[in-house]
Structures are given as C-alpha cells and as structure tokens.
Design a protein around this ligand. Structure first.
Ligand SMILES: [Zn+2]
Ligand SMILES: [Zn+2]
Length: 396
C-alpha cells in the first residue's frame, strides 16, 4: 500500500541541546514508559500518566528531495556534547555520541535528550515497547533451552540477573516502484534417443536410452515490481544479520514520535546514512527482482545476461523500533542476542560447546561399535545412520 508522501523538511538551525526527564504529576519522581500499560509510569509511586499522541498521518518522504537537501551536510554530522548534565541530581557525565536517551549513571534517572538537532534527520514515528523486560528474559530462557549443544555457561547466564537492555534502534524504510529490463536465455529440456552398448550379465547388448538436452532460446522483456517498506537497520550496535532479521514488524501501528516513549530506555540516532541505507535496500530488492525475472523467463533453466533496474518514486521513513538486547561472553568471544519487543521474535549468535559435541559423538560411536560387535551385521548400523541424518544444528 502506498501512503501519502511529503516533501522533506530539514530541522531548524539554532535549536538548543536539551536533556530532560518527565516528572510524575502525583509525586514529582521520574516517569518511565511502561510496556504493559502503554503509558508513562512513576517509578516511585506507581501512578500512571497516559500519553495522548497526536494522530497525525505518518508520511513517506521523497528520497531524492531529502538527499539533495542534506547533501551539503557531512554524513556523520554529530557534534554531540561530551558532557550531559543530569536534570535530577545535577551530576555531569559523558554520553556516546549516538545515544539519544539513557539513564543517569549516578541517580538512575531516565534522561531523554534531543540529540537529533545535530543530525540532518530526526525520527517522525516509532513503535512503542509492547514486551516488558521480564517477558523478554523468559523468551531468551526458552530459546537457550531449545538450543542443541549450548554450553552450560549459557543457561547459567539466563538464570543470572543479566542485564537486558531495552533500546530503540533506528531503521530506514524504503519504497520504490521498479522497472527492470532484462536479456537472457530460456532453457527447455528435451530428450534425445541414443543407442548404447552395455553389458548385461556378461553379455553385450544394444539398448536405446533417452538423454536430456537443453534448448536455449534468447529472451528479453520487462518486469515491474513495487516495494513497500523495505526495512534497513541504521544502527552499528547490532550486526546487520541480526538487526534486519527481526522482522516482521507491525508497521501499521507506528505512532507519531514523542520523547516520552523513550523515557527509561536507551535510544540511538542513525549511524548508517540515508543514501547508504538505500544501497542496502536496493540489494534486497535486486534479489527479489532477479527471482521475478526468472519466473518471467520460465522454462526449466534461465540465464540472465543483462539486467537494468530503474528505481522510481523512491520514498523513505526514519523510524525507531523497540528491541531487547543482551551480550554474552563465552571463551573470549562476544555473542549478541536481540528480541523484537513487539512480537518476541529472537535472533542471535550462539556459542557451541565443543565438549558436549565431542561427548555426543563419542557416545554415538561407542553405541555403534557395540551394536556392530554384537550383531556382526551391517544393518545394525542403520539406526545410527538415521540418528546422524536427523541431527542437525541450525542457526536461529
Ligand atoms: Zn509518582
Ligand atoms: Zn542523576
């Protein structure tokens, strides 16, 4: 579905950098966004303070227009102040230049900054957290429990009071109407009769066999394909293979951006530029376009010799998506996990316990040797072979 588009408006210059908290109407303590209530909740007295976001349409922005307007600015124009002054305890501390919201390391107050004033683009919409930290930990625990050959340390990690960080990650969404011209060959398989001389039971015989051949016909044509919301992670905190794999997201439920949703969570500004993000999006789109071209060529085999893709009516959105993440160190290597805080989908790297794999193989081989010795029969090995056929280690 193609939504309304809007010309891109750059941020006003001369805006001041701010750092703020949201005080409770009842007691004045800091409010944080509560995933269960979809409201701000007081960390001290528990009072709920509902959000009333404006229901403004969420526009797609014209890509070329935006790129042209921000072209005079360097790609990473981040002159973030090194020092943040906590609005609650007045302590000063330094913040990574890509972090927009965080907690004060001294008094734990949830602080939201307007770091975006230093960036050419600010997010206009987001999906609020729906899954809370407790639920995220349960999902992680279940996932670890389902893994084959996971080291003991991993299950200990799930029981520990491990830090699960709730973070809003920056994403680009791109739309494009593509038109592709292609040239190539369609291959159709046919069979030809051939005569062969074979030996059957020691006797020479002439037989007729059907042998497959491919007939190639030159083809050319056009394929049109529309893409809506191709999602590209704009963070460098999470590897792309994890960030882009947390799909699907219920983007129909995007709400207008409001600082209050960020209170209590970390959030990042983009560190993949708008044009670089579009290059990633193009590579995802090209993969699908090539599939479409093959389907159009038809036949049993396809060869694509030349392909020319035109990307037209390109639009984008800059959005924030909620994710729970955790790090895990195993044998001096860092592993990362991420949970989609809307759907609970979990993706991540996983360590393997070499010792567990080693003992599993030793056990299987000893059972095999035992069975073989007992029966002296080749068939005794079949169940073992079945076992190996069915054991597979998957990456999730
Ligand atoms: Zn309160
Ligand atoms: Zn503080």
């Amino acid at each position: 579905m193609r939504k309304a588009t809007q010309s891109f408006t750059p941020l006003k210059e001369g805006t001041h950098f701010t750092q703020k908290t949201f005080p409770c109407k009842s007691c004045g303590a800091s409010l944080v966004f509560c995933a269960d209530e979809n409201a701000l909740k007081c960390e001290y007295c528990g009072a709920l303070n509902y959000l009333y976001p404006p229901h403004l349409p969420i526009y797609e922005n014209n890509l070329e227009d935006a790129l042209q307007k921000i072209s005079h600015r360097p790609k990473y124009d981040l002159k973030a102040p090194k020092q943040i002054k906590c609005p609650v305890c007045a302590a000063t501390f330094s913040l990574d230049p890509h972090i927009r919201s965080t907690r004060c390391p001294y008094c734990d107050a949830p602080i939201v900054t307007n770091l975006d004033i230093f960036m050419p683009l600010a997010p206009k919409s987001l999906l609020p957290f729906k899954i809370n930290q407790k639920k995220a930990k349960e999902i992680f625990k279940q996932w670890v429990g389902s893994l084959w050959f996971a080291p003991q340390e991993l299950s200990r990690f799930t029981q520990s009071d491990s830090t699960f960080e709730g973070i809003y990650l920056p994403y680009w969404t791109y739309d494009s109407s593509t038109n592709t011209h292609f040239q190539g060959y369609r291959g159709d398989t046919y069979y030809e009769r051939v005569n062969r001389t074979v030996f059957i039971n020691g006797r020479q015989e002439d037989v007729e066999e059907m042998e497959p051949r491919i007939e190639w016909t030159p083809v050319q044509g056009e394929v049109a394909r529309d893409f809506d919301d191709v999602l590209i992670g704009a963070t460098k905190t999470l590897p792309r293979k994890i960030a882009d794999a947390l799909q699907p997201w219920d983007l129909d439920n995007l709400v207008n951006y409001d600082d209050k949703y960020l209170s209590g969570f970390e959030s990042e500004t983009y560190s993949v530029a708008l044009d670089d993000g579009f290059e990633y999006a193009k590579s995802y789109m090209e993969y699908e376009i090539r599939e479409a071209v093959r389907a159009r060529i038809g036949g049993d085999h396809q060869k694509i010799e030349r392909i020319q893709i035109y990307y037209g009516h390109n639009t984008f959105k800059y959005i924030l998506l909620p994710v729970w993440t955790a790090h895990f160190r195993y044998k001096n290597k860092a592993y990362r996990f991420a949970i989609n805080a809307r759907t609970g989908i979990i993706k991540g790297d996983r360590p393997y316990s070499k010792i567990k794999i080693f003992f599993a193989i030793v056990t299987v081989l000893s059972v095999a040797a035992g069975l073989f010795y007992l029966s002296q029969d080749e068939n005794a090995l079949l169940p073992i072979k079945d076992f190996f056929d069915n054991v597979y280690i998957e990456f999730r």
